[in-house]
Design a protein around this ligand. Structure first.
Ligand code: AMP
Ligand code: DBH
Length: 561
């Protein structure tokens, strides 16, 4: 059994194989390729714990064996919800070895997101951490198991109030005794992996009511990892600090931890990207490269103004996830003492990098150019006609590592792709004469909150679940540090409705904190376009004007309370 996904047309698949992009080697190779020559090279540091490649592979294999003993089968799925800990990678490779396809939820995700993912993939297994308040006790796990009956096994990182201990499953000392599925070690049959099949689901930042899943095959993802490692010139001396969430496409594969493992370097885990957490780790482990979103860059610049001696080993800083302003970009080299690489990517596929030999202008002003000669990029106007270089237009793309359809979403796929299989990324970009992309805007209904994406419809649906709210629209508002924050405009039948009760309601829905509206504005009516849709452009303008007016010093006022 394998996961259904929209395949690439065979002529393109042939081309990608012929060009050597698709090698038909599964991604488990990322670790096993080092077992001969680099087995004892440092691979991973998490707090005081360290793994060589041999140890990392051994742990992944032991966990995989424990999973086989539980009776998992290739083509089944898993829900993974772990913080930035070494176990994230051990689990990633172990699941791959047994052909179980995970969704790796962000640790900031909450009940709402986990339930939505579980309902879509119907997992047999969940691997979670008791460090998250959702899993400090077993209540939610029990509720989810009832709601999604396929969910039979729970492995818990940390002190477990329920399920089995992940640590024990990794050390091979414990499997679920008494289960009729338990098999003797010698009876284990390791599945044959097929690289053209789905390895895992990546998460879409999305613009729809329900978060969509992106099937990524071994072939396509492994190509993006290898090519990224080459572009970023990684080697066994690379020491990469993973400070953004480990499952994020940026930190996982651009070139991210997988790129570093592929190249035989070392990954150092940080719990989060603040200078307070990261600077001591950089110094202690002589980190050479890391990746950040623009708001974190602002914090790093502030901290480095006091003391940047901790950053001496840092050679490259990659910035992506949201547009990096030129003035911030310009400060990185002189103030942090490392070189900047801009990265513009998407979990759906296409990734762009500025290159190490690019001119200063390109590095400061563009978001790079595609990884592959066979990344096809079209920039089109509202009628779908190609625009000339230098003119803004909507970005469409297809290529050897850009997916061809969201999981189980035929209706959405009809709008997300054109008739030639080009994915509409929802970004408005300009292509320079020499093929570099500059992100100038967006035509998708999403807020990019400093790299964290919020699908407007998802939050609007939750707001509209309150009977007193009759209309709701979530739009981006400018913010000096985050780039954008979110503002919800609502029309309510209850003039006394308080911001606080709305927030309380959204929390009760179990939505991730970063998706909660930063501001809520009550209005008598929402502006409409001539075709009868909510005029979000007008709302964005309205809130931008208010933010600007309020940035002149004046007493704060809360509109609703
Ligand atoms: P996601 O769908 O969550 O993977 O988010 C991908 C989106 O993030 C892209 O389509 C862009 O809108 C945005 N993005 C990523 N990197 C950059 C960047 N360097 N500059 C501007 N926007 C970016
Ligand atoms: O924001 C992103 O999704 C992103 C940013 C940089 C990404 O997916 C990537 C690089 O691969």
């Amino acid at each position: 059994m394998s996961i259904a996904f929209t395949p690439w047309p065979s002529d393109l698949a042939d081309l990608y194989r012929r060009k050597g992009y698709w090698t038909d080697v599964p991604m488990t190779d990322i670790l096993t390729r080092h077992l001969d020559e680099r087995a004892d090279h440092l691979a991973l540091i998490c707090g005081e714990r360290r793994w060589t490649y041999r140890q990392l592979e051994r742990d992944a294999e032991r966990l995989a064996a424990s999973l086989l003993r539980l009776g998992v089968k290739p083509g089944e799925t898993a829900l993974v919800h772990l913080p930035n800990v070494a176990e994230f990678y051990i689990v990633f490779f172990a699941l791959m070895k047994v052909g179980v396809v995970p969704v790796n939820a962000l640790f900031s995700h909450n009940r709402h997101e986990l339930t939505a993912y579980a309902e879509q993939i119907r997992p047999i297994l969940a691997i979670v951490s008791s460090r998250h308040s959702l899993f400090a006790e077993g209540e939610f796990a029990q509720a989810l198991s009832q709601q999604v009956p396929s969910l039979r096994h729970w492995l818990v990182e940390g002190e477990a109030e329920f399920g089995c201990s992940l640590a024990a499953a990794i050390s091979g000392t414990q499997v679920e005794q008494g289960s009729h599925n338990v098999q003797a070690a010698e009876a284990l049959t390791w599945p044959e992996l097929t690289a053209s099949e789905v390895a895992f689901f990546q998460l879409s930042g999305g613009s729809t009511g329900t978060p969509k899943l992106i099937p990524r095959t071994h072939n396509d993802y492994y190509y993006s990892v290898r090519a990224s490692a080459d572009i970023c010139q990684l080697d066994s001396d690379t020491v990469f600090l993973c400070a953004l969430p480990a499952p994020h496409n940026f930190t996982l594969s651009s070139p991210g931890a997988l790129g570093v493992f592929y190249a035989g370097g070392a990954v150092v885990l940080a719990a989060e990207p603040s200078p307070m957490t990261c600077f001591p780790l950089i110094k202690r482990h002589q980190v050479t490269m890391t990746s950040l979103v623009p708001p974190a860059v602002t914090l790093w610049l502030q901290a480095a103004a006091d003391d940047r001696s901790a950053l001496d080993s840092l050679q490259w800083l990659q910035v992506g996830g949201a547009r990096l302003g030129e003035s911030l970009a310009r400060r990185i080299e002189p103030e942090l003492g490392c070189r900047l690489q801009q990265v513009f990517g998407m979990a759906e596929g296409l990734v762009n990098y500025t290159r190490f030999d690019d001119s200063e202008w390109h590095v400061l002003n563009t978001q790079g150019r595609p990884i592959s000669d066979d990344d096809e990029v079209r920039i089109v106007d509202e009628d779908g006609q190609d625009v000339p270089r230098g003119t803004p237009g909507a970005l469409l793309t297809r290529g050897p590592y850009t997916f061809r359809g969201y999981y189980n979403s035929p209706e959405h796929n009809r709008v997300a792709f054109d008739q030639d299989g080009f994915y509409r990324s929802g970004d408005v970009v300009v292509m320079t004469e020499d093929g570099y992309l500059i992100v100038v805007g967006r035509d998708k209904d999403q807020i990019n909150r400093g790299g964290e994406k919020v699908a407007a419809e998802e939050i609007e649906n939750q707001l509209l679940a309150l009977p007193e709210i009759t209309q709701a629209a979530l739009v981006a508002m400018p913010d000096a540090v985050m780039g954008e924050k979110s503002c919800a405009f609502i029309v309510t039948s209850n003039p006394k409705l308080k911001t606080l009760s709305i927030r309380k309601h959204l929390r009760t829905c179990g939505i991730a904190d970063y998706k909660l509206p930063d501001r809520i504005e009550k209005v008598d009516a929402l502006p409409m376009t001539h075709v009868g849709k909510i005029d979000k452009k007008a709302l964005r303008q309205l809130i931008a004007n208010q933010v600007q007016a309020q940035s002149q010093p004046q007493p704060e006022k809360d509109v609703l309370s």
